[in-house]
Design a protein around this ligand. Sequence first.
Ligand code: GDP
Ligand code: MG
Length: 714
Amino acid sequence: MASNANSQRSPLDDQTVLVSHDRLFKIDQLRALNIGKYVPLPQLVAVGDQSSGKSSLLETLTQIPFPRGQELCTRYATQITHRRDNMSFIGISIIPGPQASAEHRENLESFFRQVGNTAQLQAEFPAILDEVNSRMGIRTASNPAGKHTFSEDVLKIEKCGPDEDYLTVIDVPGIFRTTTEGITTESDKKMVRDMVINYIKDPRTIILAVLPANVDVATQEILALAEHYDKAGERTLGVLTKSDLLTERSAKASVCALVLGHRKPLKLGYYIVRNRGGDDDDADSDLAKREDMFRQQPWCDLPAERVGVTALRQCLQGLLGEITDQAFPLIQTQLRDMLAETQRSLDFLGASRKTSQEQRQYLATIAGRFQELVRAALDGDYSKSRAFEDGNLRLITMIVQLTEWFDRTFRKSSHTYLFVKQKGLDEDDADPEEPQKISDINTSLYPELKRLLCNDWTISPPVHGIMTWIGSIHNDFRGISLGTVSPVMLASAFRGQSVKWELIAKQYVSLVIMAVHQFIMKGLENVCNCPIVRQRLAAALLSRLLTTYEGALKQAMLLVEIETQRKPYTLNHYFNSNMQKVRGLKMKDQLAPHAEAIQRTPNEAPLYVRLENVSSVVENKGNAEYAREEIHDTLRAYYKVASKRFVDYVYYQAVDHCLLTGPENPLLLFSEKWVLGLDDGKLASISGENQQTTIRRAKLEKKVQDLKEAIEIL
Ligand code: GDP
Ligand code: MG
């Protein structure tokens, strides 16, 4: 009988078997290094329905007695690995599942058993499995207290010896479709399915789709699942078990049709095997004797390379070689990526910090980096570090923006009353404008600042009615004085006009403090990788930071006090020139209606006023009205000068000196000098490391070393 060779190929036909030998050997070396712990290496996984014969098949393949049988249905994945070693032994351990808690993980990782050979394993297996079940928390007859039916933890059986070959096989729980009350739940069903998918989706997995020959293949969901994850069908093999249980000729013919590729063909085809039956006790019960059956009709007519476990094993080794060839680049990349990542985690932990000296060195290095960042941020030299990709670290730019906001808000909104419009004067202070909002600062970000900073973020715009208001001041303060505006009156008017200064200054300085604080906190994140150290450092710095912030606010408030509560005075000549400018403009306004052109020339003809008209125009005003206007104009001229002076001083003294560049500024606080001044106790409380970190570092160092070696091998 000829096989349908077109639709099926045996991996043994390929020349790649020879090519991949070298790679298989390398993979084997990786396994010896235990790299499989980090990166999945090529492996075989038996999947199929419950009781389809998966465990039995793997036992036949590996000669390791798997737990099998109906009542012992697989509750967790079992991985059997072969590793070349000078000593011969079998090691049994448990790999914790991905969701395992730290406690569970520890309990599992502390489990290890070693036996000398397969016979001993067989003898001790029941006891070992009891222990494994109880560690994993699986509910069984001998462990009724167990909480779970299935587990994502993996039982690992490692067979070591000088002649072991490359095979790694995995037995997973069988997929089931209906749940059994009191035993299996919907979530068990999903967990098992996910577990199976997790294995078969990996391109390094050869899928052994185990199909009982005595059940219609059309009912076997596993084929569809395998097809979904192995679209090309390049790593899925059908393995027919329980062929000895077939009695009817038509049933046998139907199985032969599968093997020959006449029915439901698979790219890699089907193999037919006979495992130990439930009634055969002896594990070694002669395989050859069992397979005698294949000499009879109709099995003897099938192509020999499709029948029996020897043929299957041969095929698998060839296939494993192919898969290894394909997986090789992926493994290499993964190892490299993992090395880089592990190295990063290691760097993240920083150098070992057990002694005071190590701790001081560690912290001083961080402080040095921080000061570098501060210098670049103040110089606006953002090309110095990638840290500045975060806009929140571009400190000086933020300060400039805030200061511009402050200046504009001051010009537009700091006065209580709008001044009277005067043509020819710049009219910043006479046009009402809604104060500009500063929106990109999140005031709730740093609760530690809440107590300190401004909590009123509204600014009311200036209102109309200045002359009426000045009138009432004039009435209240009128004394016996001639001509000029009395200083008391002016002081009172100025106080009234500048009541918002305190709030605006407080808002501005608060915003700057926030920007500085944010810079310091984010800056620490940039220079110190360890979140714990960072946290402790921030806590250690906080009270002194708050003192400097408070100092800046105090300075601003002092300036407010000086400016608004003292008698108005200035030496600035702009005051007088402003006064005179206003007088001139006013006179021009008053004379304008009396101006006439002497010649009737078009357009730009010069205008003239008769001299005798001048005195009548200017004299024509009551005392009170004249005084009010004088107060208004003096107030405006002085307000302009004083507010400019104030804005400058707040920036120079409260912001620049107290917060950015003065000798006590908060940015300087975390410096190498500060670190050197810490006593050993304080130092240890900030940068000392706990035992966990020490252990973690050791683990990472080992991993880095393993991975480097592995990359070397490849
Ligand atoms: P699993 O749930 O897929 O792991 O199935 P098991 O390997 O535990 O097998 C279930 C039952 O079928 C066991 O009692 C096995 O002895 C039996 N069995 C498996 N393969 C064969 C086979 O080829 N022939 C016979 N007669 N019994 C088998
Ligand atoms: Mg099983």
